[in-house]
Design a protein. Structure first.
Length: 348
C-alpha cells in the first residue's frame, strides 16, 4: 500500500520551527515529524529559513527573516508571502491525497474542488466577523477545532472534528519546581493579562517571573499595565526559547494563565505540564478541556480564587502531571488523531 501523501502548509510569519514566538509553527513542525514517524509521506510548505528536516517547499523567507534582513518592510509583505506560497502549492496539488492548511484564508479559494480533500486548522479565535464571512463563503471547507470550545463556534457544515495540540515529548523534561516563584509565559497583552498574574502572585505572597514578547498589536499595554507592577518580586525576563522555557517552567511552583479571551487552546499550558508544573487558569475557552482540575492544576474564576489555588498548588503531584501530559498531549497522539480525520475525509 502506498503511503498517504500529505501537504502541511505552515504560516509565513516565522520559520518552521520557530526560534522564540510562533506556537503555530511549532505545532506544524511537531505534527509533520510525528506523521513522518507513522509512515505518512509529508511535504512541508514553509519559509526558506525553516529548519525542519522534512521535505520542504518554499522559496521566500519568513516575515521575521525579512525583517531581520531589511529592517522595516512594507505592510503588504505577508500577503506577498502567502500569494507566492499558494502558487507553489497550486502547481503541486495533484501530488497530495490531503492538503492540511494552517494559514488564514486564501487557501480556501485556491483549493476549489479539492476543498473536500483538505483540512484546515485555525489557530486563532473563530468568533469574530472575519471568520463568520469566511465560513459562510466556504461551507464545504473541512475545519478541525483545536478544542471543543473552538469547534462549537464553527458552523456545523465545516466541522471535521477536534484535535488537541501535542508536543514532542522529549522537548521538555520534568522539573522539581524548587524555584520558589510562579511563572507567566505569553504575549504582553490584555488577552493574556500578565498584570493579573502579578496581582495573583502578590496576593499569594509568592514572587513571579514573566516571559514573553510585547504584543505588536497592543504595544502600549506593557508600559501602561505591566511595567508599573514590576519589581524585586515581579521580574520580566522577555522572550524565551525552548531552553529558557525549560528553565523557567521546570523550576516554577505553578504557571499562571489568567486569560481574558476565548482561548482556542493555550499551548503554554501543556508546555508547563510537560515540565510537571501545575497550571492555574481562568475558566475561559479551552481551559476546562486542557486543565484537569485538582490533577494538573486548578480552573478558577477570578484573581482571588487563583491566589487561593496558588497557595495550595504544592499538594499536586508533579510526576502525575507529567504522566497526564504523556497520556494526552504528545505529538504522536496529535498525529494519530489527524491521521484519523484524513482517512475519514478521504472515505466520504
Amino acid at each position: 500500500m502506498k503511503p498517504l501523501r500529505v501537504a502541511q502548509v505552515a504560516p509565513n510569519i516565522f520559520p518552521t520551527p520557530p526560534d522564540l514566538s510562533g506556537g503555530t509553527e511549532r505545532i506544524v513542525h511537531d505534527l509533520s515529524k510525528a506523521l513522518d514517524s507513522l509512515g505518512v509521506s509529508v511535504t512541508l510548505f514553509a519559509p526558506s529559513d525553516s529548519r525542519c528536516d522534512i521535505p520542504r517547499i518554499g522559496t521566500l523567507p519568513s516575515l521575521k527573516g525579512l525583517e531581520e534582513r531589511h529592517g522595516s518592510v512594507p505592510p503588504s509583505i505577508p500577503q506577498v508571502l502567502e500569494a507566492v506560497q499558494m502558487e507553489e502549492l497550486r502547481r503541486r496539488l495533484s501530488d497530495f491525497d490531503i492538503v492540511h492548511c494552517h494559514g488564514e484564508f486564501f487557501h480556501a479559494a485556491l483549493l476549489g474542488e479539492r476543498r473536500r480533500r483538505s483540512l484546515t486548522t485555525i489557530h486563532w479565535r473563530v468568533d469574530e466577523l472575519d471568520r463568520e464571512l469566511f465560513f459562510a463563503a466556504f461551507p464545504d471547507l473541512p475545519v478541525a477545532g483545536i478544542s471543543q470550545s473552538q469547534l462549537d463556534r464553527i458552523p456545523a457544515a465545516n466541522r471535521a472534528g477536534v484535535v488537541h495540540h501535542g508536543l514532542d515529548e522529549s522537548r521538555y523534561r520534568p522539573g522539581g519546581g524548587g524555584g520558589g516563584y510562579a511563572a507567566f509565559v505569553g504575549r504582553m497583552t490584555d488577552q493574556k493579562q500578565p498584570d493579573a498574574a502579578i496581582r495573583i502572585a502578590k496576593a499569594a505572597g509568592i514572587p513571579i517571573r514573566l516571559a514573553g514578547a510585547v504584543d505588536v498589536g497592543n504595544p502600549t499595554y506593557f508600559d501602561e499595565k505591566v511595567a508599573p507592577l514590576l519589581g524585586e518580586d515581579a521580574r520580566f525576563i522577555g522572550p524565551v526559547d525552548d531552553a529558557g522555557k525549560q528553565a523557567l517552567l521546570g523550576a516554577a511552583t505553578a504557571l499562571l494563565f489568567p486569560i481574558d479571551w476565548p482561548e482556542p487552546f493555550g499551548l503554554v499550558m501543556i508546555e508547563a505540564m510537560a515540565c510537571g508544573t501545575p497550571v492555574i487558569a481562568f475558566d475561559r475557552g479551552s481551559v476546562p478541556e486542557i486543565v484537569e482540575d485538582g490533577v494538573t492544576g486548578f480552573v478558577v474564576r477570578n484573581e482571588a480564587e487563583a491566589a487561593d489555588a496558588l497557595r495550595k498548588v504544592g499538594d499536586l503531584d508533579r510526576d502525575a502531571i507529567r504522566a497526564r501530559f504523556e497520556a494526552r498531549f504528545t505529538a504522536r497522539r496529535m498525529a494519530q488523531d489527524y491521521l484519523r480525520l484524513y482517512r475519514e475525509l478521504l472515505a466520504r
